[in-house]
Design a protein around this ligand. Structure first.
Ligand SMILES: Nc1ncnc2c1ncn2[C@@H]1O[C@H](COP(=O)(O)OP(=O)(O)OP(=O)(O)O)[C@@H](O)[C@H]1O
Length: 259
């Protein structure tokens, strides 16, 4: 029997920017549940602007963004908080909270006005603590954590929010290689095991090629989108940086300094 493919996030002919300042246009892609996707591109090309636009933190200039076939603009804040969770680069204002308290904030869309946690809320919090190896840290204050630990807590909070779509802005910045891979593998598990659509911006193109199901390359032109091997075959990574500095090696899927 043919598997029914459900699009969880669809972007069609989207233009992004700030008022009259156009940052990106012709952005088109569809993502299914169970997909890990990276947005890559050079500094200032618009990765964070795109992510913030999809998270409804800023207005699109034109085009369509649909979550489960419904326009993003038509979602009420409460309905949106059950469909989409967002992890941004700014450190949370609530760093004085413990790990457990911060992750519990992910349950806000489901709790009453007293924020009383139900057994269902407690279950989601525990699953998130387990998935991101945070049980031993759960009573620590967030300001006492390393960057890598804090990043795990922020993603765990998004997981506790239990939305089908999770957007993350540069989740691996400031991390060493081991912890970059750890975070990306955890995101991959979240996408594949929990059937989430996980979309993140990154400068880790080589890791994204190895770990992601799909990649969107913002290139200021046609913004190619596809599976990493398709993008390699179509020579899209070669065009990402000026070739007098770095060149892409399609055989190894890595960049080399031009000698
Ligand atoms: N609040 C803002 N108002 C106006 N322009 C902005 C604002 N924030 C960013 N920009 C501009 O939008 C463009 C895209 O910025 P953005 O941060 O989205 O790029 P990026 O690809 O995420 O960059 P980086 O890789 O350096 O993080 C840049 O030219 C930037 O100067």
């Amino acid at each position: 029997m043919e598997k029914r493919v459900q699009k969880s996030l669809s972007v069609c002919n989207l233009s992004i920017g700030y008022g009259k300042n156009l940052v990106g246009e012709h952005i088109n892609f569809d993502l299914e549940l169970g997909t890990l996707c990276a947005i890559v591109g050079i500094n200032g090309i618009g990765k964070s602007t795109l992510l913030r636009t999809m998270g409804k933190f800023q207005f699109k200039l034109s085009g369509n963004i649909k979550l489960h076939d419904k326009e993003l603009d038509l979602y009420s804040p409460l309905d949106l908080s059950k469909k989409l969770s967002v992890v941004l680069t700014e450190p949370p204002a609530s760093k004085n909270l413990t790990v457990l308290e911060l992750i519990a904030l992910g349950r806000q869309p489901y709790t009453n006005w007293l924020s009383t946690l139900s057994p269902e809320d407690e279950k989601h919090i525990q699953i998130s603590l387990d998935a991101f190896l945070l049980n031993d840290l759960k009573h620590r204050k967030c300001h006492e954590l390393s960057d890598g630990q804090l990043q795990r807590v922020l993603i765990a909070r998004a997981m506790a929010q239990d939305t089908p779509i999770i957007l993350l802005d540069e989740p691996t910045t400031h991390l060493d290689l081991y912890h970059k891979v750890q975070i990306l593998k955890m995101l991959q598990q979240l996408a594949h095991d929990q059937q989430k659509t996980v979309l993140f911006t990154t400068h880790e193109i080589e890791l994204a090629i190895q770990l992601c199901d799909k990649i969107l390359i913002l290139d200021g032109n046609n913004n190619p989108f596809g599976a990493p091997c398709e993008l390699i075959e179509q020579n899209h990574f070669e065009k990402l940086f000026p070739s007098e500095m770095v060149q892409f090696d399609a055989k190894t899927g890595s960049f080399k300094i031009t000698k």
